[in-house]
Design a protein around this ligand. Structure first.
Ligand code: AMP
Ligand code: ZN
Ligand code: FE
Ligand code: FE
Length: 289
């Protein structure tokens, strides 16, 4: 059943506790309803598990659920995350790749924890990452939250700065695909590929435009121009480039619940919610649900 989301509040980038958010998929849908958001994309890192669980609740409440995913890709100057919208959650190729990614995460988490133990921090993998079915996608935010609970650090930022981030004492890198391979993987599953929180590329002006053109050549469909990670000037710059390059436009808060306490569901731009008419209609019309 297609729901009419014309002129409604939307949020197309949220994480559930199937990856590194703290709310269950069902609770996310309920919170969206409370905030009058009529279309939501669950975009967990490397897992499709949350979408199936949220679907039933979304149908019941009348929220348009867009099946999504967020994938990290190879990039050296900052962070490159690519969102897939309207993906087929039953796609065998997507399921296989996300399975592989979760296995890579599992090995990496074990290596991070071993490093922390060597530093004299008492924590065990089984006390924080409980995933018998292997469908959840754990990562550094889970470890950071445990370090906070144990009083080793007093904030998520401190956990990343001292231990888990690129210069932290227990940093372990992660093997990821190239941008082209990531975009192909989303297309193969029937989805549209979007650049998430573009400001995290740490590129300005001409350098950003050049990089976006390269991603477009590789098949990138659109850009998340409305994101709390982008400031007003950046949003305007990205908006102009999208228009000029005929690319699609999306909006998302990157809500993670308590793991990113400064971000609120639905708040995507200038401390406010964004309506569906600001973003590309294709995201809704090509939705498989
Ligand atoms: P991972 O997927 O394990 O590499 O962890 C990356 C995740 O950690 C991303 O969702 C980031 O947004 C999150 N992250 C990075 N730095 C921080 C921070 N300082 N506080 C909270 N979350 C962070
Ligand atoms: Zn995340
Ligand atoms: Fe991201
Ligand atoms: Fe995200």
């Amino acid at each position: 059943m297609k729901k009419n989301v014309k002129d409604q509040w939307i949020d197309l980038h949220v994480h559930s506790n199937k990856s590194d958010g703290t709310l269950s998929p069902t609770a996310l849908i309920d919170l969206a309803a409370e905030k009058d958001i009529r279309a939501l994309a669950i975009t967990d890192h490397d897992t499709l598990e949350g979408i199936m669980e949220a679907r039933e609740e979304a149908e019941k409440i009348g929220i348009l659920l867009i099946p999504g995913i967020e994938i990290s890709a190879k990039y050296h100057r900052g962070t490159l995350h690519i969102l897939g919208y309207g993906i087929d959650v039953n796609s065998p190729s997507l399921q296989k790749k996300t399975n592989d990614f979760r296995r890579i995460r599992k090995d990496r988490n074990a290596r991070i924890i071993a490093k922390l133990q060597k530093l004299g921090i008492d924590l065990r993998i089984d006390e924080m990452l409980d995933d018998e079915e292997g469908t959840r996608s754990f990562g550094r935010p889970h470890i950071a939250a445990t370090l906070m609970e144990k009083g080793v650090v007093s904030s998520m930022d401190e956990a990343f700065f001292e231990y888990l981030g690129g210069r932290g004492k227990a940093f372990v890198g992660k093997e990821v695909l190239s941008s082209k391979e990531t975009i192909d993987m989303i297309h193969e599953a029937g989805g549209k590929a979007f650049l998430a929180h573009p400001s995290t590329l740490n590129l300005n002006g001409g350098a950003f435009g050049d990089y976006l053109r390269k991603l477009k050549k590789q098949g990138l469909d659109g850009v998340e121009i409305y994101s709390p990670a982008n400031n007003t000037r950046q949003t305007q710059e990205y908006e102009g480039l999208c228009r000029e390059m005929d690319m699609l436009v999306s909006a998302g808060s990157d809500f993670h619940g308590e793991n990113k306490p400064d971000i609120q569901l639905g708040i995507c731009y200038n401390g406010e919610k964004v309506k569906s008419d600001k973003i590309s209609e294709e995201i809704f019309s090509q939705n498989p649900f």
